[in-house]
Design a protein. Structure first.
Length: 246
């Protein structure tokens, strides 16, 4: 979120604490914390340079991109024109705060532990990370990514989703996942199956989380990463055995 005045302003993204960006706070909310950091640096640069408005107009004119720019209106400025408190208040009201706790095992940690330390892969088979499929969206070529892919006699795509995030962010995340699944199903030569690895964090199952989970289940098999049977469920979907404990 950006509050701008006279070509300059302040930016506030999820994961920012006291002006610093903590990528752990957005794991499972965005596909890449490094990409989010790059966006923050990009926006801050143009705010400091006074070129932000021109850049927004240029970005808004590009069709078929993986971002959306919403204009949310104007606010009255206090005499001192300090934008930071205004940005903080608006961010809290419009976006909310990530509930990710850095002391809690992250969704990335849970998924990697399950996929790469609990499953026994057949010889010459492996789980690929960060795969993408090229699709056509209204005549424009576009890459849609997934966190993992496993190829055997069929293609299985896996993605991570944190359900322990503010409702507005959760809605966007789930809609993005369903959009990618739908378009990759149409574009892939080898009809893939889908598994969504989800995390409820400390909050447990809430009404919004349950509603969005039901929507995901229409498109994908789902696995709670903190469930004791998570590894068995994923192994069954992949058609591989579990590693035997030493």
């Amino acid at each position: 979120m950006v509050v701008e005045h006279g070509g300059h302003g302040v930016v506030r993204f999820m994961g920012q604490v006291d002006g610093n960006f903590d990528g752990r706070r957005v794991r499972g909310v965005v596909r890449s914390s490094r990409t989010m950091r790059a966006w923050i640096e990009y926006v801050e640069y143009h705010l400091q340079s006074g070129t932000f408005v021109d850049q927004v107009q240029r970005l808004s004119s590009r069709p078929g991109q993986n971002y959306r720019i919403d204009y949310r209106g104007t606010v009255g400025l206090p005499e001192e024109e300090d934008l930071r408190p205004i940005a903080d208040d608006l961010f809290h009201d419009l976006v909310g705060e990530s509930t990710t706790d850095a002391s809690l095992a992250t969704i990335d940690d849970l998924a990697n532990e399950l996929l790469f330390h609990k499953l026994s892969m057949p010889k010459n088979h492996r789980i690929e990370r960060d795969v993408s499929y090229k699709v056509d969206l209204r005549g424009e070529s576009y890459d849609l990514g997934f966190d993992y892919r496993y190829e055997s006699d069929r293609t299985l795509l896996l993605d991570k989703v944190s359900l322990a995030v503010p409702a507005k962010s959760l809605g966007r995340t789930v809609h993005d996942l369903m959009f990618r699944i739908e378009h990759v199903q149409k574009a892939a030569k080898k009809d893939p199956s889908f598994v969504t690895l989800y995390d409820l964090g400390k909050t447990g199952m809430t009404e919004p989380a349950e509603r969005h989970l039901r929507a995901i289940e229409r498109f994908s098999h789902t696995v709670n990463l903190r469930d004791e049977s998570a590894a068995e469920s994923v192994a069954e979907q992949l058609g591989v055995p579990l590693l035997q404990p030493a």
